[in-house]
Design a protein around this ligand. Structure first.
Ligand SMILES: Cc1cc2nc3c(=O)[nH]c(=O)nc-3n(C[C@H](O)[C@H](O)[C@H](O)COP(=O)(O)OP(=O)(O)OC[C@H]3O[C@@H](n4cnc5c(N)ncnc54)[C@H](O)[C@@H]3O)c2cc1C
Ligand SMILES: NC(=O)c1ccc[n+]([C@@H]2O[C@H](COP(=O)([O-])OP(=O)(O)OC[C@H]3O[C@@H](n4cnc5c(N)ncnc54)[C@H](OP(=O)(O)O)[C@@H]3O)[C@@H](O)[C@H]2O)c1
Length: 494
């Protein structure tokens, strides 16, 4: 019954939204092709009974799936899933999949790659050190965890909820929740105050609208860009051929204000350009504001009162803490959409934090110049659009494999530092400076300057970029090491 109903509604949708539906069909077909061509074959099931040491800091229900296991079931992607394909086999049914769908994909991958027996929960990594032979020891416990040739630190950027204490918070008679903890909360007929104006604030607003809240006020301390939840707009912005905010960035900013913000340009940022911070993506928000379902207020929290928040409402262009009109905004529930703490990388050796080459000023943002065998995948960036694509996390991981397998491709410390200095130079006029804003333009620099510049890496090109054709470089590396051995032997004999 369900599939028939599903295809019936798809046909109806095709008549109603021909472009969107055609794109969706093409996307579904493209996913099947990607999966077929690019998905690596999982390793065969191990016939060894030995338990491999396992590691992860949280219990399975909160650990598996990472941050997606610790947010609301109503959470969903804000970037198009085209830019959130963390593995070629990922399969989404919709453009902006829900928390549940994303988690399902992560769990499916985890099972397919036999990671169940390689993962331990409730084990925080506190130290990663090298032994005399250059292998990595975890938590000073070689016996329990074993030895490793390389380290991927995939700790993410969203750790525990950030819950600042608001002035006089204890006076409030209502309830206060973090934005990641809204499942099961009853907002019907209530006045909701949302503190913060990032992606989580937008999600909290959507939750409040869907729950039938009586009034919703977003208290925004600083202006941030909001872009449509539209694949074309998001792809164009993510491509950002210049890779940073430039004097030409007024063009997308002007278009957004003119055709997206329209009558609501008052809440658009005036000082910060679109390529200076991760924008939020939502297409219904402005309609909800226009319909009076929600209010977006710029200003500063003065204090919390029994019945709400005393708020200094500022006009456009007036900076944080500047003058405004103070008034009480009443509320029954305060949602703290105040972000997440950044997980620490302190378990890595101290030397990787030495300035001017501390994170994110690392080779390709992820390899500390001292150690090309550490890949801090997705855990050093500050701001980004489309952060979790296999396009870059897959490439970084395969770079690590290349460095570990083939000594001729491994960059020297000096080379890595030169690359970092070069990127700093390229981004010297960017308001956010080097490294903290990732765009797909950077991938193009890397293709050219990292891979093409070193002939020993050419054989790896297909594998590094697309995950295919590993046999060729492995064969060449084998012959190269046999040749090196022979050369050493001859030298010894002479
Ligand atoms: C509601 C929500 C929606 C989001 N939507 C988007 C989106 O649309 N697009 C986008 O690009 N990004 C989005 N993000 C950002 C999100 O951080 C990334 O998308 C992505 O989930 C990060 O994946 P990850 O595997 O790198 O890190 P995480 O999913 O954060 O996983 C990190 C893991 O490392 C573990 N860990 C941390 N420290 C240690 C330690 N010392 N020892 C052992 N284990 C440790 C943690 O327990 C966790 O399981 C969203 C975030 C939130 C909260
Ligand atoms: N569906 C999605 O795509 C989605 C959903 C949620 C989160 N995310 C991602 O998760 C990450 C975190 O997003 P987030 O929205 O949770 O956090 P965030 O981007 O860090 O935003 C936090 C907000 O809270 C404000 N704030 C913090 N402390 C405050 C205080 N004491 N008083 C008043 N305001 C305060 C901040 O203001 P200032 O800017 O002035 O500091 C900011 O507006 C981002 O990478 C985001 O893209 C994505």
């Amino acid at each position: 019954m369900a599939p028939a109903k599903n295809s019936e509604s798809r046909v109806l949708a095709l008549i109603k939204h021909p472009f969107v539906e055609t794109f969706t069909w093409l996307y579904l077909i493209a996913q099947a092709v990607l999966r077929y061509v690019f998905s690596p074959v999982p390793p065969p099931p191990s016939n060894s009974n030995s338990e491999i040491p396992k590691r992860e800091s949280r219990a399975q229900d909160k650990g598996l799936g990472g941050i997606w296991s610790r947010v609301n079931s109503t959470s969903a992607l804000q970037v198009h899933s085209l830019m959130y394909r963390f593995h070629p086999s990922v399969h989404y049914d919709s453009a902006y999949p829900s928390q549940q769908q994303i988690k399902e994909q992560i769990v499916a991958l985890w099972k397919r790659y036999d990671l169940e027996r390689r993962t331990v929960f409730e084990t925080r990594v506190t130290s990663v050190k090298k032994n005399d032979k250059g292998q990595w020891i975890i938590n000073n416990n070689e016996e329990e965890y074993g030895l490793f040739d390389g380290v991927v630190t995939a700790v993410g950027v969203c750790g525990d909820p950030q819950m600042p204490t608001l002035p006089d918070q204890e006076k409030f008679k209502g309830q206060i929740f973090h934005s990641s903890n809204l499942d099961g909360k009853d907002a019907k007929g209530k006045k909701i105050l949302i503190v913060g104006s990032g992606a989580s604030a937008i999600e909290a607003l959507e939750f409040a609208v869907k729950s039938g809240a009586a009034e919703i006020d977003v208290l925004s301390r600083s202006d941030k860009w909001i872009i449509p939840r539209n694949v074309l707009v998001q792809s164009l912005l993510a491509m950002n051929v210049l890779g940073q905010e430039t004097s030409l960035s007024w063009i997308p900013e002007w278009f957004l204000k003119k055709f997206f913000y329209r009558d609501l340009q008052d809440i658009a940022p005036t000082d910060d350009g679109i390529f200076t911070e991760t924008p939020m993506a939502n297409s219904e928000l402005f309609d909800q504001i226009r319909e009076g379902k929600a209010h977006w207020l710029r200003g500063d929290i003065v204090s919390v009162e029994e019945k709400g928040i005393s708020f200094n409402h500022r006009a456009q262009g007036v900076p944080k803490g500047g003058p405004g009109k103070e008034r009480l905004i009443e509320g029954d529930i305060i949602v703290m959409a105040t972000g997440f703490k950044r997980p620490s990388l302190n378990f890595l050796p101290d030397v990787v934090f030495e300035e001017p080459y501390g994170p994110p000023n690392w080779y390709l943002q992820v390899f500390p110049p001292k150690y090309p065998d550490i890949c801090a995948n997705n855990s050093t960036f500050v701001n980004a659009i489309g952060t979790v694509g296999n396009m870059h996390i897959g490439i970084y991981t395969r770079f690590l494999i290349m460095f570990l397998t083939d000594p001729l491709t491994r960059p020297t410390e000096q080379r890595m530092k030169t690359w970092i200095d070069f990127t700093r130079f390229m981004k010297r006029f960017a308001p956010t400076k080097a490294f903290d804003f990732f765009t797909y333009a950077e991938l193009i620099y890397w293709y050219i300057f990292v891979l093409l510049i070193n002939p020993f890496r050419w054989k790896w090109a297909l594998f590094v970029f697309f995950g295919i054709g590993r046999a060729l470089p492995l064969m060449v590396v084998e012959q190269e090491s046999a040749f090196r051995k022979e050369l050493l032997k001859q030298r010894k004999d002479n």
